[in-house]
Design a protein around this ligand. Sequence first.
Ligand code: SAM
Ligand code: SF4
Ligand code: SF4
Length: 373
Amino acid sequence: MPPPERAATLMPHPHPTGDIPTFTSNLAKTIAQPCTVNVDSPQTDLFGRPLRDLRISVTDRCNLRCTYCMPREVFGPDHAFLPRSLILSYEEIARLTSIFVRLGTQKIRLTGGEPLLRKDLPNLVAQLAQQHPSTDLALTTNGILLHQEAARLHQAGLRRITVSLDALNPETFRRMSDSHGNPSDVLQGIHTAAVLGFSPVKINTVVRKSINENEILPIALRFNQPNFHVRFIEYMDVGNSNGWRLDEVVSAQRILEILQPLNLVPIPAAYPGEVATHYRTPTGAVIGVISSVTRPFCSNCTRARLTSDGRLFTCLFGNNSIDLRSPLRSGYSDEALAELIATTWNARSDRYSEQRFQADPNQPKPEMSVLGG
Ligand code: SAM
Ligand code: SF4
Ligand code: SF4
């Protein structure tokens, strides 16, 4: 594997108020002082990165146990998942989402754990789609339950979907997902989504060396049609439970070598902050490669993450979070919540992937199933 390349070095932008707010929330201060932030304007962080995307995890539970995400040794029968009382209701999620939109968020992605395990998810989709018709609303799912849920999701207003699929071969699928799941269920869900008119249907494939490397070409060929968009993802060191090792990462460069028979043509980035490098096949499919390890993209990272219990994270690898649920449930106004979120984002300086190889490998990091990818 080649040595990791570094993205353009980030230079801090001066904070709009001249000083740098503390990262942790100071609830008393937020209540007592008049609002100092214009909460109806787009917010940027210390490096000038806007708060453009919000990923909302609706549950920490999952029906698979992908070894790179929820290894069974850690997420076994005794694992304590969040009790219902601590999980944000759909009304609470919708209220927070409206505040993020006021602060400049243009893209919302529902995720998990496995989001389709959350009861009546289409109700949340309908609420968000109606409240924010010009916002790009999407869902990431492992696809196991997609066939039965796709029509209700579509009817609720969802038009964009990403389905994770690491292998077509049933044996390899089970090895990656440590489950009795069947890729044919996921394929049926993908097919149903495509027939219903989801466009494009995106497929996410995490690649692990010597496990599903040989699935790269079959997956790309299987979805080599105009309505599909496959993204191959470098295996990342998210959380502390997957025992990540650099030598298990298949680099984006290697993935592209494997894809050579498809005669890929590079496509320019559609918008700043796009995480994947994209290519088009001669038959019109789009293939993306997400190189978070070998070619980090922190300088364009505009994503905030809201966990199902209402914590806001500003980085996939950041251990710092602020609790939005307590202020939400203790009567904060929208303005006070907006100021809390804005000052947190304004103070953001995360760029873990650029610093990965200097970081302490034992530093505590949130788990992907909690943050939602
Ligand atoms: N359960 C849903 C799914 O799998 O699509 C949504 C949540 S999952 C955490 C979101 C995405 O994160 C999936 O596409 C998954 O493959 C990816 N992911 C999880 N752990 C990862 C890791 N260690 N490295 C790279 N991608 C990972
Ligand atoms: Fe579940 Fe998705 Fe994590 Fe796999 S990647 S264990 S499907 S949350
Ligand atoms: Fe964004 Fe953090 Fe990932 Fe960098 S490491 S791209 S800041 S989530």
